[in-house]
Every structure is written in C-alpha cells, then in structure tokens.
Design a binder for this molecule. Sequence first.
Ligand SMILES: NC(=O)c1ccc[n+]([C@@H]2O[C@H](COP(=O)([O-])OP(=O)(O)OC[C@H]3O[C@@H](n4cnc5c(N)ncnc54)[C@H](O)[C@@H]3O)[C@@H](O)[C@H]2O)c1
Length: 432
Amino acid sequence: MPPEFSLDVAVVGGCGRVGLPLALTLAESGLRTAVYDIDHAAVEQVVNGVMPFSEDGAQPVLSRILPQGLLRATSDPSVLGQAEAVIIAVGTPVDDRRRPDTTALESAVDVCRTHLRDGQLVILRSTVFPGTTAFLEKAFGDTGKAVDTVYCPERIAEGRAMTELRELPQIVGGRTKPVRDRAARLFGRVGPETVHLTPEEAEFAKLATNAWRYMTFAIANELFMVANDHGLDYARVRAGLQYGYPRAAGLPAAGFAAGPCLPKDTAQLAAFAGRSFPLGPAALEVNETLPRYLVRRLADRYDLGNATVGLLGMSFKQDSDDVRDSLAYVVREELERRGARVLCTDPHVTGDPSLRPLAEVLDAADVLVVTAPHTEYRGLVTRVPAVDVCGVLDEGCRSAWEAAAGGAADLYAAGTGRLSAEGVGHSPARTG
Ligand SMILES: NC(=O)c1ccc[n+]([C@@H]2O[C@H](COP(=O)([O-])OP(=O)(O)OC[C@H]3O[C@@H](n4cnc5c(N)ncnc54)[C@H](O)[C@@H]3O)[C@@H](O)[C@H]2O)c1
C-alpha cells in the first residue's frame, strides 16, 4: 500500500445497514477503517460504541474493535481522501412513481469528487440501476484524478450480515482485470471467493437476484390467496406437495414480502427493462395486495368498526427492527380506515411510541393478525382467533375465519402446514 494513505478503507454511508456491518467486518480483519456518514446521531452512537440498529453479532465486534483503534466514525468528508479504498454504500430508493431516486448517490459522488486522490479505488456497493458504475467512472475521470472504479454489490440479508459477509462469494464488477484483481484482494480479506463480471453484468445480477426472489414470494402469495378463496389451506397444500418432491422445494411459504430492498429493486429492474416487463409489476401488485386482501377478508367476517385488532410484529420481516416499507403498517392503515381500533406490538422495533406491550395487545384484541413472524410468537397461545399467514403460531389453523364462521369455515387464514408424516412441515422464515 502506498505510504501516503493513513487508512485502508473509508465507507460512505458507513452508519447504514449495509455500510456499518461491512466496515466492522473489514476492521475486524485488521484493515484501518473509517465510516463517513451525514447522519450525525448515528455517527455519535458508533463513536460511543453503540450500534444504531440491530444486527446479529455486530455489537460485540464494534465493542472489540473500537478500543483497538481500527474503526473511526465521522461526519467529516475529508476522511475520504485518507483511505486507499472508498466504498459507497448510500441508499438508492425509488420515488413515488417507482423510478430510481439517485439523490443520495449523487451527493455521495459529489463529495467523493472533491476529496478523492490519485491512486484510490472506489467501490460502489449500493444496489444501482445498470449503467451507474459507468456514470461514476466518467464523473471521477472528469476530475482528472487517476482512480479505479468497480461495482461490488452487497448481497447479505439484514440480520445475517456479520456471517454472510464472510461466507458469500463476492461479485466483483470491474472493467479491467487489474481493477477487478485490486477489489478482489480487498474482499479476499473477509470472504471466501470472488466472482468476476463486468460492471453492467454485476449491476444487472444484483437487481435480477432481488427481483427473482421477490417474484417467487409473489407466486406463493398468489397461490395463498387463490387457495384461501376456495377454502384450502395453502400451508397444508404446500407441505403436502413438497413432501418427498425436491422439484418443489423452492416454493416459498406465503407471507409479507416487503422492506427496503426487494420491491424497489424489482421496480428498478422494471425501469431498466425499457420494454414490457410484466412479471415485475405483477409481483409488486400481488405482494402489495396481500395486506389489503387480509383486511378485506377480516371485514367480511368481523364488524371492524366495533372490533379491536391486535397486530403482532411491525418490522418488515422476521426478527428485525427495520420498519422501512413494512406491510404491517399497511395493514394498520387499512384497518383504521375501516374504523377498527388497532393495537400494535413488536419486541424488536424501537422508537415507535404507538407500540404496546404484547400482553396488553393479547388482552385487548378481539382478533389478531401476525404481521411479522417473529421467533417470539412461535407457539404463542392466544385467547382470540388469529390471521396467521406464515403459520408461526403453533396452532396454525386456529383460523380467524373459522372462529367467525362458528367453526364451519370456507376460508382459511393459514395453517401449520404439518401433515401426519414425520418431518413434514414448512418454515415461515422470510429472509430477504
Ligand atoms: N439493507 C439491506 O439489507 C441491503 C442489502 C443489500 C443491498 N442493499 C443496498 O445497499 C444500499 C444501502 O442500503 P441501506 O439499507 O444500508 O440504507 P441505509 O439508509 O440504512 O444506509 C444509508 C446510509 O447512508 C447515509 N447517507 C446518505 N447520504 C449520504 C451521503 N451523501 N454521504 C454520506 N452518507 C450518506 C445515511 O445517513 C445512512 O446512514 C442500498 O442501495 C440498498 O439497496 C441493502
């Protein structure tokens, strides 16, 4: 390494859900690392050794490496000129019309243009619209500074970052072999292997991964709704068809598919397609219909204007504290629109003053909806019926529909999916 760099790596957006676990992992591997972020409160927390969000296994690493001087956190962008490699990991959302919103990325690029120096390696980590790496190459090239630019997408699932960063192969999308090799050397410090693609292939690969995953969830949710409309329990059907039949192993359980990545990356791919791409928008439509579908079914059977509905779990997925784009809030909104009193609870989510303790919700509710299948809810015994699409409650088919229909239900909320054959079951886990 050239002696003039006092740091090995600096991460732009380094206090975020992608940036911070990556920075911690790089620092843990012995690299002198800095996180740069415009979120002063989050920087302050990291400086004080506190994770700004929940990520399994991250807090002990932060506590260990801070005293060793391997990690710095700052809101001063001049740190970017001190690192041999600069990683950009800012958010890349879509706007109201589902077009890529590049505001954060553009401002990150601007700050990099000011502070970059000859000889640096810039690694784009955010999930981006194909062609963005080429845009960065030009933006940095126009400054006259000799920097290498490469696209290395993040593929972890939130909550598993600290293990997956060390286990998943790293896709390296570089224009030339020396650039790819340079990035591969850096990621070789943490992960097992690298896969080399062009920048455009790597950008497309990341979007394709998330869109494909999101579309498989849409298939499950569509099948759930069709089955439910015809009095069939999708979870039981799924368990039955998967039993001893490996070709069906990839059929997911039904459940809310949402969060800050899968829907927006499917939307980005649709925007990129530049032609009709019916599967992507159809998946968005199906997955986003599920919460409204459940509320409609509840309204068919309960006088919602006089009911208290308890929502179990408000984050966008199991065992997470992340509420970004969580469909649980859509369920709440829809129920409230229909006049229901809605009580929400979540053992992981902090900072939402409307949330109540679980016991209070269980006590007051006339009917429950499991809106995030947290581990804490497994086997929970409830006094009232529950709409449990994922089948996380052990009783599974204690269907809200059955209860409302006096036991002769023609519709099912969900089931445990267990058949009598030993070992047959289904996992409610959603990881993306
Ligand atoms: N969250 C995931 O599980 C996940 C997984 C894979 C890929 N991704 C992708 O990674 C990217 C980041 O996602 P995230 O979930 O970490 O977002 P995030 O919002 O948690 O983190 C982004 C961070 O960037 C900071 N930031 C914004 N603009 C900045 C700027 N100009 N300069 C410095 N810091 C700035 C924010 O303050 C925030 O801390 C996105 O492109 C996302 O699609 C996310």
